[in-house]
Design a protein around this ligand. Structure first.
Ligand code: 7PJ
Length: 367
């Protein structure tokens, strides 16, 4: 069933009050609610309701939202408010009270962004270790390119690419290791080789056994929204309202994961920039990011070097999209996204640290 109301936190700011000093009784005096339990708070809400031809949007400031009459929407709104503000569980041991960087390690000969230069196992391992040195908290290892129009990779070939890289990296680093795959056999073998997170761009729908296998591994998982298969997904994507449709899809997948025995505390959601989305869809999703905190799970954003940036700025070569990628990462983090998936770890880390110091107004105590 589709929701009648959606709440998007707005007026998001770095909360400079010392929260621990505030007891319950003072809360009405205090104009913000924590965003996903992190350092950001929000002071207003955009209340969205589906209607034709356009979603209706009204902005309410938080104080008015609490005192106002929500009528039949009250119950649903109370649920979402709690989901928006409660703290998130750690993911694979990582606390999410500060932004985390997931560095991309492609082990695909046809990867669009690095021309396959890390195709060999040793190159991929060396690349991963460099990303850890540069500040990656998580490495995301992928052996199947899911760029638009790409062909599927046979499971044996994907195993051959991915598993040795997971094994070698596991032996050499304590960084969290994520594996980007849609195949249950790769998930199973990656978990046995020491992977910490399973990241599936099909949200565990491509392989009918994926959800069950993921549940068996006990690992946290990333569920990403996509419309259609990578081969054809950008031909003709269709949405009523892309931001809300992506929310509904992710909410449905969260329910499916929980039903399959994966606790909600082990889920991370991702709106899937570039997966079955035209430029206008992608920018709408970027502007709507804070809405997805209403799913009640940590958020991951992957916009690094993607076509959206090329289209906005007329940049053909993916390697030349680093500045736009940094802008996307910061836009995500300013909306409270907890994990950014990027190629350019060193650059992203610098951008995040400078943004955090400027938002907090202090150079101290950021960790
Ligand atoms: C994503 C991904 C993403 C998640 C890829 C590329 C295409 N996994 N795998 N989110 N993108 N969770 O890196 O351009 O956006 S592959």
């Amino acid at each position: 069933m589709k929701r009648s109301v959606y709440l998007q936190p707005s007026a998001i700011f770095w909360d400079r009050s010392s929260r621990h000093a505030i007891d319950e009784a003072d809360v009405p005096e205090w104009k913000g609610l924590p965003l996903a339990g992190g350092r950001l708070s929000f002071a207003a809400l955009d209340v969205l309701t589906r209607s034709s031809p356009e979603t209706k949007r009204r902005t309410v400031i938080l104080g008015d939202a609490f005192s106002g009459d929500w009528g039949r929407e009250a119950l649903s709104a109370a649920d979402i408010l709690q989901a928006l503000s409660e703290p998130r569980a750690r993911v694979a041991g990582l606390s999410l009270d500060r932004p985390r960087i997931m560095g991309i390690v492609n082990v695909t000969p046809d990867s669009f962004s690095d021309g396959g230069q890390f195709a060999g196992t040793e190159d991929a391992v060396a690349h991963g270790l460099r990303l850890v040195e540069e500040g990656a908290d998580i490495l995301d290892i992928g052996g199947e390119s899911t760029r638009p129009q790409s062909d599927t990779v046979a499971v044996d070939e994907e195993l051959r690419r991915v598993i040795p890289v997971v094994e070698r990296l596991r032996a050499k680093t304590d960084a969290v290791i994520s594996v980007d795959t849609r195949k249950s056999e790769v998930m199973r073998r990656a978990a046995a080789a020491g992977a910490d997170i399973l990241n599936d761009v099909s949200a565990f729908t491509y392989d009918p056994e994926a959800l069950e296998v993921a549940a068996e591994t006990g690992l946290p998982i990333v569920i990403m929204h996509a419309q259609g298969d990578p081969k054809t997904m950008n031909d003709n994507p269709k949405y009523d309202d892309v931001v809300l449709d992506v929310f509904d899809y992710l909410e449905g997948r969260i329910q499916a994961c929980v039903a399959a025995g994966i606790p909600k505390a082990k889920l991370v959601a991702d709106p899937g920039i570039g997966f079955g989305k035209h430029l206008h869809h992608n920018v709408a999703v970027m502007a709507g990011l804070s809405l997805y905190h209403g799913l009640g799970v940590p958020l991951l954003l992957g916009a690094s070097r993607k076509k959206m940036i090329g289209q906005l700025c007329n940049v053909e070569d993916a390697k030349d999209r680093v500045p736009g990628s940094l802008a996307c990462a910061i836009a995500g983090i300013a909306a409270g996204v907890q994990i950014v998936r990027v190629h350019d770890v060193k650059e992203t880390k610098q951008a995040i640290e400078v943004w955090r110091a400027c938002a907090a107004g202090t150079e101290k105590g950021l960790d």
